[in-house]
Design a protein around this ligand. Structure first.
Ligand SMILES: Cc1cc2nc3c(=O)[nH]c(=O)nc-3n(C[C@H](O)[C@H](O)[C@H](O)COP(=O)(O)O)c2cc1C
Length: 187
């Protein structure tokens, strides 16, 4: 049983990112993994203020009294964290960026408390060609972040979404989701 946290950075409840997130979650649960999904758009996450209060005694908390202090325990507890987002303006969405910036608070002496954690990503974009979509900026950004944490990147799934992805029309991206399920379940 692997404890998985999925960070959904899309606001669209019937959109492409959530379609893939739901597929992933359903298949992971069918293999008896524990899956928690945070729909980041539902939370009023304040931007990091760069005050570095969180560095003083490494409290694993932020001085800003908002919803993030209640979300950190989910991130700390997860063995695998999935970044899931549409591509907005050639990188991942602001909803996900707000959460990511606030991970500064999980810094510990000599590194980050995500050291040794596993990560994967799911990105959907509108362009027909990935080169023009900006998805590789998002992938690079996440790769560098994971490396900074001292974590391990175990998979990236990306593809183009029209108005609405459907299982019938998208066997290739669903095959990649299936592979990611196997990779995560084997952790
Ligand atoms: C504000 C905004 C910016 C976008 N920027 C890009 C972009 O830079 N590259 C791209 O390929 N698609 C872009 N798109 C299209 C979305 O990535 C695409 O529609 C995606 O499938 C949306 O995911 P969702 O259905 O989960 O909301 C943008 C969409 C929005 C709303």
């Amino acid at each position: 049983m692997v404890r998985v946290l999925i960070l959904n950075g899309s606001p669209r409840k019937k959109g492409n990112t959530l379609f893939l997130v739901s597929e992933l979650a359903e298949q992971l649960r069918a293999k008896n993994n524990f899956v928690k999904i945070l729909h980041l758009n539902d939370y009023d996450i304040k931007p990091c203020q760069s005050c570095y209060w969180c560095y003083r005694d490494f409290p694993l908390q932020c001085i800003q009294d908002d919803v993030m202090n209640g979300l950190y325990p989910h991130a700390l507890d997860a063995e695998v964290i999935i970044f899931a987002s549409p591509i907005y303006w050639f990188t991942y969405s602001a909803q996900l960026k707000l959460f990511v910036d606030r991970l500064l608070a999980l810094h510990v002496k000599g590194g980050h408390s995500f050291q040794g954690k596993k990560f994967a990503s799911i990105f959907v974009y509108g362009a027909s060609n990935p080169e023009g979509s900006g998805v590789f900026n998002a992938i690079k950004s996440v790769e560098q972040m994971i490396s900074y944490f001292g974590g391990e990147n175990i998979g990236v799934v990306y593809g183009t979404g029209g108005d609405k992805l459907t299982a019938k029309d998208n066997p290739e991206i669903l095959r990649k989701i299936g592979n990611l399920v196997l990779t995560i379940s084997n952790q």
